[in-house]
Design a protein around this ligand. Structure first.
Ligand SMILES: Nc1ncnc2c1ncn2[C@@H]1O[C@H](COP(=O)(O)OP(=O)(O)OP(=O)(O)O)[C@@H](O)[C@H]1O
Ligand SMILES: [Mg+2]
Length: 219
């Protein structure tokens, strides 16, 4: 059996950057590593996710936790079946930029606090139980306050705010996700990585080294 290591975090927290570097480092160590990313924008299974993120179905809160979760879960299921399920059966280490854990961070806080556990029970049973997606061996949450990650996203889009999706464009929504992430992380046993300990983003290399120290213990 392979291993599944998830690099999780809110929008613009450095997931793509860090999952790429982790995969490189594993390969340098002679390990077989495959990087996967969700949503899978290269496959038509992403259609519902795109509709949702474009705002065509309404705001994030209007679409709600359960409908949005199914769109992302279906895309993951297709990716598992067509792209990496076989690798996982072998001895490949899969490094995922987002995973089912993104539903947990992005959907939970749409609901009132007293419904979080019910939602998380449902989400875990649906994705890992009913759909049969593998549970991650390790989840590393890149913790970056939204006011800092927003700046990183704007840098990437060169200030063109039109390019933001409905999550990225809604700072209040991201603040709520950030506030709920600690709860979800505790419940699901994630490793929290504080990427901006003094209100300043650590360098790409510093974060990469911290991730490596966490990962080397389980491979
Ligand atoms: N530690 C860092 N310091 C400064 N800039 C960074 C750091 N990590 C990533 N960046 C830059 O911030 C932007 C967002 O990073 P990246 O695309 O890796 O994040 P992401 O979590 O994958 O974002 P999204 O959720 O939007 O897919 C990129 O332009 C990237 O080069
Ligand atoms: Mg990304």
């Amino acid at each position: 059996m392979g291993k599944l290591i998830v690099i999780e975090g809110l929008d613009g927290s450095g997931k793509a950057t860090q999952s790429r570097l982790l995969c490189q480092r594993l390969q340098e160590q002679g390990r077989t590593c495959k990087k996967v990313a969700f949503p899978d924008y290269d496959h038509e299974s992403v259609a519902f996710v795109k509709l949702y993120l474009s705002g065509a179905l309404g705001t994030a809160e209007e679409v709600g936790a359960y409908a949005a979760s199914t769109f992302f879960a279906v895309d993951r299921y297709v990716s598992f079946k067509l792209r990496w399920g076989q690798d996982y059966q072998g001895d490949t280490i899969l490094v995922a930029d987002r995973y089912s854990t993104s539903n947990a961070t992005h959907q939970t806080t749409k609901l009132p606090r007293e419904q979080w556990d019910e939602y998380l029970d449902w989400m875990e049973d649906y994705e890992y139980g009913k759909l049969g997606l593998p549970r991650p061996d390790m989840v590393i949450f890149l913790s970056v306050p939204p006011h800092i990650s927003q700046k990183l996203i704007e840098g990437r889009y060169h200030g063109d705010n039109e390019k933001k999706d409905i999550h990225e464009a809604d700072l209040g929504y991201l603040e709520r996700c950030y506030a709920g992430a600690g709860y979800v992380a505790d419940r699901q046993g994630w490793h929290m990585l504080d990427c901006a300990p003094n209100g300043q983003m650590l360098s790409v290399e510093e974060i990469s080294e911290k991730i490596w120290q966490m990962v080397r213990g389980i491979i």
